[in-house]
Design a protein around this ligand. Structure first.
Ligand SMILES: Nc1nc2c(ncn2[C@@H]2O[C@H](COP(=O)(O)OP(=O)(O)OP(=O)(O)O)[C@@H](O)[C@H]2O)c(=O)[nH]1
Length: 662
């Protein structure tokens, strides 16, 4: 079911009956939180030795397994809460250096956002019995939706985390509908209750009216101070069902995620549904038919910790010996079994492949760095399979690559990771979206690179139909900004679909917007129009026919391939003027005139001229020497003509770099 369908379903479906309410057991026999000088934070258990860990895990029956994820709007505190849960179970120590333990990438820590879903196994002692708890910290931003959806496949339930002062936001709603559509048991958690602006009664009312969740089931916490966090795992145990599976049946395991390790090859994150897997087993992928021998199995605790077996119900990692070499061989959603059971096991249907929505071309700032940057990019693509990669060449910027991303944040995060993890410095062209052409003979073509889009003067376009991708955007905001947001959406060619109040002062607005407008910093403009109060979520809304045309920057009549976009005709003049005046700022004057134009086919939409340097050839002349003066000026004019006619404008790469960096 698509998000749109699930949103519609949720708004029209009969009242959802929440799982039977259970009293949240605060288990004082294990430990109780103590308010120390460092707040409520306190580690409840000490970290077991690897041998103790293994034997305690072996003694836990599947009925005492719980697999869950935390879903929430961006910044509502998922990673902070994960840290507190890891501390509480003794998986990590409570030292400050352990902040955001599951945000492993530098870029995640720096930007404070989760980019890749991360997992961790914990042992939790509840009423004298060990529970094996598996937690997934999921990214909140829409660009990483595929990570969230995949995480659900290994979980029986989810904590729906809501910030006590912000209340329900766009991604809270969409994550709720995704989780609900997957039949996950939901435990509402209201976070940040320590904040002065926290309004817990308002948020409880929101979760009841919007999601039909019983406010009495909500766990109130401050992930920052640790207050109330000890009530979460008992609630998870009570409300989230244990996974079902039979370890005596043939092995059936689902590939949930994968990453590349220089020493081990591709490491697979798997959810074992039936059977047992251990080192030395010979397994087969039902998706690719390739066979492997298991080298090691283990759990993330929170780092990779080897185990002798993984059993039905568990989530853990597996790598092979010899290692899997290509990440493309690890097809997410693939089913593995042992070679002898190949015919006995029915494969899972697999996951829907995420489609790239934003394309950019990347070029090394210094062409001599090409192979270094190429290595870095392929390393990153190994670990982020939602990026598509092709080689590219630009006359202006040299050799590079064309990359496809799920959204603009995904794209800028990739650029940051490239710089941080590999030191590569790249120039990225403006983000573009694909265009679909249906030719007169009915054949279809999707053009991802604007340079390959036919020129406006191409006669074939007269009988062709052009389509651009649209998204359905869900925007939440306080009522006072409604007017400005509607204005912004209309200015971006939006079409209003729905307007609703989900609280007396909070509005949910649904607009269909062209994806091209969305990638043109729509979110930045939205934040600006609402002082940062609006939230945005979107999903694919298919192709729509539109009046599209290729806009191109020309320097002395020559097209600059790095600056080219397919745009709606209504945007042509504004964008054309913007391009030429911005490009002019960065081009240095030369000995001849430089003409900068923006054009669609033969139509020039904007023009700027950079005057040539005029050398003062008359400086040393006596004022009265008129003939000599005329002669010198004529000579200079000739020289300039020559320069211009032979002059192939050389524009420094720095000019493109400055133009392309906002
Ligand atoms: N006052 C207060 N701040 C909190 C609390 N929990 C989290 N924060 C802060 O809120 C910000 C966001 O927290 P994160 O844990 O990174 O949020 P997140 O949901 O993981 O963010 P994404 O992964 O980007 O979706 C950080 O600055 C935290 O310190 C809380 O209980 N009280």
């Amino acid at each position: 079911m698509s998000v749109a369908q699930s949103i519609r379903r949720a708004w029209t479906r009969p009242r959802w009956v929440a799982p039977p309410r259970t009293i949240v057991a605060h288990d004082r026999r294990v430990a109780s939180p103590v308010r120390s000088s460092r707040g409520w934070r306190r580690a409840y258990a000490s970290k077991p030795t690897p041998a103790e860990l293994e034997s305690r895990i072996a003694a836990v029956p599947i009925e005492r397994y719980r697999n869950f994820c935390i879903v929430a709007h961006i910044d509502h505190g998922k990673s902070t809460l994960s840290d507190r849960l890891l501390e509480l179970t003794g998986t990590i120590s409570a030292s400050d250096s352990n902040k955001q333990i599951l945000d492993k990438l530098d870029v995640e820590r720096e930007r404070g956002i989760t980019v890749k879903a991360q997992t961790c196994t914990m042992l939790y002692n509840h009423r004298g019995e060990d529970y094996l708890i598996h937690l997934v910290d999921t990214p909140g931003h829409v660009d990483f939706r595929a990570e969230v959806t995949r995480s659900y496949a290994s979980c029986g339930g989810a904590l729906l985390l809501v910030d006590a002062s912000q209340g329900i936001q766009a991604q809270t709603a969409s994550n709720f509908h995704l989780a609900f559509a997957q039949d996950l048991a939901l435990v509402p958690v209201i976070n940040k209750i320590d904040m002065v602006s926290a309004d817990v009664p308002r948020v409880l009312e929101q979760i009841e009216t919007s999601f039909e969740l019983d406010p009495k089931d909500a766990v109130l916490v401050s992930a920052k101070t640790g207050k109330g966090v000890d009530r979460i795992l008992p609630a998870v145990i009570e409300k989230i069902p244990n996974p079902v599976g039979d370890e005596k049946k043939p092995l059936k395991m689902l590939l949930v995620d994968s990453w590349y390790d220089n020493f081990r090859g591709v490491v697979l994150l798997v959810r074992v549904f039936d059977g047992i897997i251990r080192a030395g087993d010979n397994v087969v992928s039902l998706g690719t038919g390739m066979k492997y021998t298991v080298g090691q199995v283990g759990i993330q605790y929170p780092d990779a910790t080897p185990q002798s077996v993984l059993r039905a119900g568990q989530v853990g990692y597996v790598f092979f010996n010899p290692g899997m070499k290509k990440i493309q061989d690890a097809k997410l959603g693939d089913t593995f079994t042992t070679i002898q059971d190949e015919d006995a096991v029915e494969p899972y249907p697999g996951f829907e492949e995420p489609k790239p929505m934003v394309f950019v071309a990347a070029f090394p700032t210094d062409q001599s760095d090409y192979s270094k940057v190429a290595d870095s990019i392929s390393q990153l693509v190994l670990n982020d399979r939602s990026v598509t990669l092709q080689k590219a060449f630009s006359e202006a910027l040299g050799s590079g690559w064309r990359l496809g991303f799920l959204g603009s944040l995904h794209c800028s995060v990739f650029q940051d990771r490239l710089k941080q993890e590999h030191g590569g410095d790249v120039i990225l062209t403006e983000p573009t979206v694909p265009t679909k052409i249906i030719w007169a003979d009915g054949s279809e073509e999707v053009v991802q690179n604007p340079m390959q889009f036919p020129d406006a003067s191409d006669q074939r376009l007269r009988s062709a139909q052009l389509f651009e991708p649209f998204v359905r955007a869900t925007i939440t905001m306080p009522e006072e900004y409604l007017g400005r947001v509607i204005e912004l959406c209309e200015a971006n060619r939006g079409e209003q679909k729905k307007l609703d109040f989900f609280h007396s002062t909070q509005v949910i607005l649904i607009y269909d917007l062209p994806a091209a407008q969305l990638v043109d910093d729509f979110f930045g403009k939205l934040k600006g129009a609402t002082k940062g109060y609006a939230t945005l979520d979107y999903e694919d809304a298919g192709w729509r026919e539109g009046k599209l045309v290729k806009l191109q920057l020309l320097v002395n009549k020559q097209p600059v391939d790095a600056i080219c976009r397919v745009v709606h005709t209504s945007q042509v003049d504004r964008l054309g003027r913007q391009w030429v005046s911005k490009f002019k700022e960065h081009v240095q004057r030369q000995m001849f005139e430089i003409i900068i134009q923006a054009a669609t086919g033969n139509r020039i939409v904007a023009r700027e001229t950079i005057k040539a340097f005029r050398k003062d050839v008359l400086a040393k002349l006596h004022a009265a020497d008129i003939t000599r003066r005329r002669k010198l000026l004529e000579k200079q004019k000739e020289g300039r003509k020559r320069l211009r006619s032979i002059g192939n404008v050389v524009i420094e790469q720095a000019a493109f770099q400055k133009f392309l960096s906002k």
